[in-house]
Design a protein around this ligand. Structure first.
Ligand code: IMP
Length: 185
C-alpha cells in the first residue's frame, strides 16, 4: 500500500512506516502547507490529510497526523498548539516553562491523531495517547521533539533513551496506527 503523508517532519514518516507494515510512506513535497489552526488534533490531522489527498497520486492513500503534549502544570497545554509554542526548541521551551514546578505539575501525556483518506475518499481515523512525566533534564538521542525529557509511566528513562524500538511498540503514534489498521480489516 502506498501513502503520502502531509508533514514536514521526516521522523514522523519513518515512525509511521514502521507502524503500518506493508505501507510505503512518502512525505508530500510542498511549500504551501495549510496553517495548523484547528481547535482539535482531529481538525488539524484531517486538514493535512485532505491537503495530501488533493496532491497525492490517485492510487495512494493520503495521511495526516497531528500530535502534541499536554502538561498538567501548564493547565493541559500546550496541547494542540505544541508545535507553535515550542518553536523548534521543544526541550528548552518545556524545561523553562516548568522551572520550579514539581511532581504532579510535571505529569504529561502525548496525544496523536491519525487520519487516512483512501483513493475512494473513505476516511479512517486512529487516536493514541502515552502518559508520563517531564524530567528535570534532557537525556537520550533517539526520537525527536520532547522525547529527551519525556519519561513514560512505568519507565525510569526518557523516550529518547528508550529508543525507536520501544517507541514503535508503545508510543501514542503506535496506538493511533494500530487503531487505524484495525479498520483496514
Ligand atoms: P505536529 O503534530 O507536527 O504539529 O507537532 C506537534 C508538536 O509535538 C511538535 O513540537 C513535535 O515535536 C511534538 N511531538 C509530536 N510527537 C512527538 C513525539 O513522538 N515525540 C516528541 N515530540 C513530539
Amino acid at each position: 500500500m502506498r501513502a503520502v503523508l502531509a508533514s514536514r517532519n521526516a521522523h514522523k514518516a519513518r515512525e509511521l512506516e514502521r507502524l503500518l507494515p506493508g505501507w510505503r510512506i512518502d512525505v508530500l513535497a510542498a511549500d504551501d502547507y495549510p496553517p495548523e489552526t484547528g481547535a482539535t488534533y482531529y481538525e488539524n490531522a484531517s486538514g493535512k490529510a485532505l491537503f495530501a489527498r488533493g496532491r497525492a497520486p490517485a492510487e495512494a492513500w493520503a495521511l495526516g497526523e497531528d500530535s502534541g503534549i499536554e502538561v498538567d502544570g501548564l493547565g493541559g497545554g500546550p496541547g494542540v498548539t505544541s508545535s507553535r509554542s515550542a518553536a523548534g526548541d521543544e526541550v528548552g521551551w518545556l524545561l523553562g516553562a516548568l522551572d520550579g514546578v514539581e511532581d504532579e505539575g510535571r505529569r504529561a501525556r502525548y496525544v496523536s491523531e491519525l487520519v487516512a483518506i483512501g483513493p475512494d475518499g473513505k476516511e479512517l481515523r486512529g487516536t493514541g495517547t502515552l502518559s508520563g512525566r517531564i524530567a528535570h533534564g534532557s537525556s537520550g538521542s533517539e526520537g525527536f521533539g520532547f522525547d529527551p525529557v519525556f519519561v513514560p509511566d512505568g519507565e525510569e528513562r526518557t523516550v529518547a533513551e528508550l529508543g525507536d524500538e520501544w517507541k514503535a511498540r508503545h508510543s501514542h503514534r503506535a496506538s493511533a496506527a494500530r487503531e487505524l489498521l484495525r479498520q483496514t480489516g
